[in-house]
Design a protein around this ligand. Structure first.
Ligand code: G1P
Length: 304
């Protein structure tokens, strides 16, 4: 299958964050503010994705932004006035928190996707910044609660297999029109070797119920296919279609990661994520648990 041996696959140093989307499901909250700035407990969605990538050893963070997204780069900048104010007030713990949102100098790179032509097009927009090396893609709408960061789990596997990899999860068959779906060659329960990929198939056409979630490791050859600008599902340039074209010439695997994924692109998923993440928070977890129990009792007594 692959012409390269494992030792020839380059390490993953860069991650692309497509953040040009409009976030219409959260209007009017996202009328002016980027959807990636919606807070999940105490940090914006984009910071969750950034921290996961950083913990996995990523050194260069590439944002594909668009109009009205300036707040995203500001968020990751050094804010001296704020730090001085916090220092004057003796709030050193807050300074530490603020610093979790700082991307080091010459580690953040920005490019723009001027037209909303699809996820594949957004990734293509990053081609010059990625260059000739493999890279990760992080979709900030997908937030994963796990002990070991999802991307780190993937990179550890990648170091064994090389090639391309997507994070995957089993979904109910009726949900296949929402996801990229795997056509599986072999599956050991943890890793699935992929022989085909279909973007958002109808349930009756779906080759499996194993879906892609928003973490990818791709080889730079993906850009050869993306640059053809072929449109697919929804009339958009789909990353899934370009990935399907790599199959056969390079290894392509799906990893069932350990963890739970929340779809923060939907209002219900976002609320569920806020509940799950806040329950884990050492400061507010207990209070949130009390609130949930109180509401559950109210719901039960109303139903009785
Ligand atoms: C995108 C991808 C899809 C993937 C999904 C995961 O779809 O195109 O293959 O399964 O992310 O969240 P979107 O959610 O942007 O429609």
């Amino acid at each position: 299958m692959s012409k390269k041996t494992n030792t020839e696959w380059k390490p993953i140093r860069k991650a692309v964050f497509p953040v040009a989307g409009l976030g219409t499901r959260f209007l009017p909250a996202t009328k002016v503010m980027p959807k990636e700035m919606l807070p999940l407990v105490d940090r914006p969605l984009i910071q969750h994705a950034f921290e996961e990538a950083k913990a996995a050893g990523i050194e260069e963070f590439i944002f594909v932004t668009g109009r009205q997204k300036e707040m995203l780069e500001e968020h990751f900048d050094y804010q001296p006035e704020l730090e001085r104010t916090l220092e004057a007030r003796g709030k050193y713990d807050m300074i530490e928190r603020v610093r979790t949102s700082e991307i080091g100098e010459s580690q953040l790179f920005l490019t723009r996707q001027a037209r909303p032509l699809g996820l594949g097009h957004a990734i293509w927009c990053a081609r010059k910044l990625v260059g000739d090396e493999p890279f990760a893609i992080m979709l900030p709408d997908d937030v994963i609660l796990s002990e070991k960061p999802c991307l780190q789990q993937m990179i550890e596997q990648y170091n064994e297999t090389g090639g391309n990899m997507v994070a995957v999860m089993d979904i109910p068959r009726e949900d296949t029109p929402k996801y990229g779906i795997l056509d599986v060659e072999s599956d050991n329960g943890k890793m699935a070797s992929i022989k085909g990929l279909v973007e958002k198939p109808q349930p009756e056409d779906a080759p499996s119920t194993l879906s892609i979630i928003g973490r990818y490791i791709l080889q730079p050859e993906i850009f050869d296919h993306l640059s053809k600008f072929e449109t697919g599902a929804g009339g958009e340039i789909q990353i899934t279609d370009a990935m399907a074209k790599l199959i056969g010439s390079q290894p392509f695997n799906g990893l069932r990661y350990d963890g739970h994924r929340y779809d923060c692109g939907s209002r219900v998923g976002f609320i569920e994520a806020n509940i799950a993440f806040s329950l884990q928070d050492p400061e507010i977890g207990h209070s949130v648990q009390d609130i949930i129990q109180k509401h559950a009792k109210e719901i039960q007594s109303k139903a009785a």
